[in-house]
Write a protein that binds this ligand. Structure first.
Ligand SMILES: *[C@@H]1O[C@H](CO)[C@@H](O)[C@H](O)[C@H]1NC(C)=O
Ligand SMILES: *[C@@H]1O[C@H](CO)[C@@H](O)[C@H](O)[C@H]1NC(C)=O
Ligand SMILES: *[C@@H]1O[C@H](CO)[C@@H](O)[C@H](O)[C@H]1NC(C)=O
Ligand SMILES: *[C@@H]1O[C@H](CO)[C@@H](O)[C@H](O)[C@H]1NC(C)=O
Ligand SMILES: *[C@@H]1O[C@H](CO)[C@@H](O)[C@H](O)[C@H]1NC(C)=O
Length: 392
């Protein structure tokens, strides 16, 4: 434990001394779209996941393609684990104990994870670790907005890799960097028809970002909270398994819910392993909300309310009724840029501008996704944040 704290302090120090130099904030960006320039690393390629093929086989084409990048990523996680607990004991433990855990996971996730291990040749325990990893370490910005004609737009930056190894030379987060080649867009089909689409990491079976075309859009953000924290995950490992993994719920809702209202009810009422924010957009006026979750229930619902002038809802990683941590205020700059854009001018293009403004865009930002429900559209872009740039 002491070791962890020490490493975090070292990370903080190297970050603050090397990087924490203004200007890491900037005026709201304009004309960033179509994506180009140094903040745009590349387009994201599309893969189909066929829900009619058995869970153990449906990821094989994707994993076959991404195997090298996945092995590279898992090696980085192992190196990190070795830095915390030298001698390889931690990974030994992962290889021995986590395979036992896979059978406790609900179907089809258990078989999908096994299929990914088989297709990649990576030990099962390490694929399980990779799948738990995201449940725990994701920070983000999500926004749902309605324009003056009633069109709904949903955008998000996915920020990942905080405190996981700062590369002093490159001034970048090692894990965040290794993840970028794994970003993919997925088209989940049944009977050769799209059921939902998602931006995801190859090798990960939960969902953090997705759209059910013409019906709803959904993103999940981490909620760091004292009322539960990761106790639920510990309990799961120890055998008390009555909650649901957060990103499994997100996936299940994308797959099975058939309306905004149904999605909202399931996201608000299903017992979870850890707190979370769900950001949900519907397909008609007024349908956009942030569901703030404790493990047990929804503790707050903030909806678009045009009568009150609230034409968008925006969530980072803090309860909307509380001030964000002063060192990590992405909410104020994002809202400032949304306010400057105005309801009349909000489009996917101007939303990309907001999500491209530092520190909404930061060193952890892995991808930006833009969704328009009425068009059934999901597009995503891999991001970089050139220096000077806020480390988180
Ligand atoms: C640092 O960045 C360079 C160029 O982007 C890359 O080739 C190299 O692999 C990076 N180093 C590490 C340790 O990630
Ligand atoms: C699936 O749909 C695509 C595009 O709509 C079509 O080209 C293809 O023939 C279909 N395949 C089957 C097996 O129906
Ligand atoms: C919105 O979703 C509902 C299902 O909840 C569907 O019946 C309706 O046709 C959709 N509206 C549009 C405009 O796509
Ligand atoms: C943005 O506008 C809303 C609504 O008018 C207001 O409550 C909020 O304080 C503004 N935020 C910023 C950062 O300008
Ligand atoms: C909104 O867009 C119009 C037309 O493109 C432009 O003239 C106007 O300045 C924009 N308004 C704001 C607040 O950016």
């Amino acid at each position: 434990m002491g070791h962890c704290v020490f490493l975090v302090l070292v990370a903080l120090f190297s970050v603050t001394s090397a990087q924490f130099i203004p200007p890491y904030t900037e005026d709201c960006r304009k004309e960033m779209y179509p994506p180009n320039g140094p903040t745009f690393r590349g387009a994201v390629s599309w893969y189909t996941v066929d829900l009619d093929s058995p869970p153990s086989k449906r990821w094989t084409p994707l994993i076959t393609d991404k195997k090298a990048d996945l092995i590279n990523m898992i090696q980085a996680i192992k190196d990190l684990a070795d830095a915390f607990v030298p001698s390889g004991r931690l990974i030994e433990l992962v290889d021995i104990t986590l395979p036992l855990m896979v059978d406790t996971l609900p179907s089809p996730f258990n078989d999908e994870i096994k299929g990914i291990a088989t297709a990649s040749g990576i030990p099962l325990g390490e694929v399980v670790l990779f799948n738990i990893f995201y449940e725990v370490f994701t920070v983000c910005t999500s926004v749902v907005a309605e324009d003056d004609k009633g069109n709904l737009f949903h955008g998000r930056n996915l920020d990942f890799g905080l405190f996981m190894g700062w590369d002093i030379k490159n001034k970048s987060w090692i894990i965040s960097d290794k993840l970028k080649p794994l970003v993919v867009n997925l088209d989940f089909k049944r009977n050769n028809q799209t059921v939902f689409k998602s931006t995801n990491f190859a090798g990960y079976v939960g969902m953090l970002t997705g759209i059910k075309p013409h019906t709803f859009t959904l993103t999940m953000n981490e909620r760091f909270s004292l009322d539960g924290g990761y106790i639920g995950i510990l309990e799961w490992i120890l055998g008390k398994r009555d909650g649901m993994w957060m990103s499994f719920l997100t996936r299940s809702v994308l797959e099975n819910a058939n309306s905004y209202e149904e999605a909202k009810t399931r996201l608000a009422q299903t017992k979870l392993l850890a707190p979370a924010y769900f950001i949900l957009g519907g397909n008609q006026t007024g349908q956009g909300c942030i569901i703030t979750r404790s493990r047990l229930l929804s503790i707050d619902l903030l909806e678009i309310d045009l009568k009150l002038g609230r034409w968008y809802v925006l969530e980072t990683n803090y309860d909307h009724w509380e001030e964000p941590l002063f060192l990590d205020d992405r909410r104020t700059p994002a809202m400032k840029c949304m306010n400057q854009t105005t309801q009349k001018n909000i489009t996917l293009k101007t939303m990309y501008d907001v999500l491209s403004t530092k520190p909404v865009l930061n060193k952890l930002t892995t991808y930006t996704t833009l969704m328009q429900v009425s068009e059934g559209k999901l597009e995503s872009y891999i991001r970089d944040c050139p220096n000077p740039c806020m480390p988180w």
